[in-house]
Design a protein. Structure first.
Length: 164
């Protein structure tokens, strides 16, 4: 099958943070690509037994960005109790959720750039001890890539669009 959404992986290799952020940004871009150009109904369409939808994945990843970079790394208490839900209420517009993801990404990137050190420690412990920014980046890249794969399959089921 022809890949209609193919994008090259990053070639950044200018340092640990540069490379890590490039790959996280690539994964985020893949998620955003999967929701681009779809209707509200298509974004909310349930195509698998679970409640996972394209819009639900974006909502979940928004919470993950805010929790891991905002709360865990930077200590912003506003994001201490996000719920990571995949079910999107009917009162929330798709455009609002996607814009929220973009805003969460920008906030996360600001925390990463401000720290400027992969050895910087989290403000909140993870499993009873602080972790490094390196660990949070690796964790969030893994989380985002995993859900980008889910989004890829859901998008193909919606309209046949494929590719990373």
């Amino acid at each position: 099958m022809l890949e209609s959404q193919r994008e090259a992986v990053p070639s950044n290799d200018g340092g640990e943070l540069d490379t890590a952020l490039a790959f996280l940004s690539f994964a985020r871009s893949c998620v955003l690509k999967k929701v681009a150009g779809l209707s509200e109904e298509q974004l909310r369409r349930r195509l698998v037994v679970s409640d996972t939808t394209l819009l639900g994945l974006v909502q979940h990843l928004t919470d993950a960005e805010r929790y891991w970079f905002g709360y865990t790394f930077a200590g912003d208490a506003r994001y201490a109790n996000v719920d990571f839900a995949m079910v999107v209420g009917p009162d929330r517009a798709a455009a609002e959720i996607i814009a929220g993801y973009r805003a969460a990404i920008a906030e996360s990137d600001a925390h990463i750039v401000a720290a400027a050190d992969p050895d910087a420690r989290t403000a909140q412990p993870v499993s009873d001890s602080p972790r490094t920014l390196r660990w949070v980046l690796a964790h969030m890249t893994g989380e985002t890539v995993r859900h980008a794969g889910h989004a890829d399959i859901l998008r193909e089921l919606v309209d046949g669009a494929t590719g990373r």
